[in-house]
Design a protein around this ligand. Structure first.
Ligand code: FES
Length: 145
């Protein structure tokens, strides 16, 4: 079959579109900071696997790129899951080096590791998610069901 230039360009454009669509839907293995993330499917009960207990203990936190969730283990061994999106304008908060607070890089809001507001400009706490472990996996309830 002979392919003229117009047909070849059209075929290449379609190929590029399909490739980019497939790439957008693929699960990410790490975020821009090189942290391990997951995009496991949301179960019918609204929970989503965000990692294993070993990963949480090794890294001190787990993040989830679908719900923008961060899971932290407190000093008294509680699991805490929070929405990483700052309630001020939506930047992703992260744990401070001490691991005692969450700070927003955009305008300086700070929160306790339980999401309580310590310092603005944000005026409300971080959203909390239900979190649990099952069969050595850490699950966060990212949607109501
Ligand atoms: Fe977090 Fe502004 S977006 S302080």
């Amino acid at each position: 079959m002979k392919m003229n230039r117009r047909r070849f360009v059209g075929w290449m454009s379609m190929s590029a579109i399909l490739t980019s669509m497939i790439g957008c839907n693929a699960p990410r293995e790490s975020n821009s900071e090189g942290e391990s993330t997951t995009s496991e499917a949301i179960r019918s009960d609204g929970f989503q696997v965000v990692g294993t207990v070993e990963e949480l203990d090794a890294k001190g936190k787990l993040t989830n790129n679908v719900a923008s969730a961060i899971v932290i283990r407190s000093a008294n061994n509680d699991l805490i899951a929070l929405d990483q999106r700052c309630p001020h304008q939506g930047c992703a908060v992260s744990l401070t080096e001490s691991g005692e607070r969450l700070a927003c890089p955009c305008h300086g809001s700070e929160f306790t590791i339980r999401g309580e507001l310590l310092q603005g400009p944000a005026t409300t706490p971080l959203t909390t998610y239900e979190v649990k472990t099952e069969d050595n996996q850490v699950l966060v309830k990212v949607s109501q069901s």
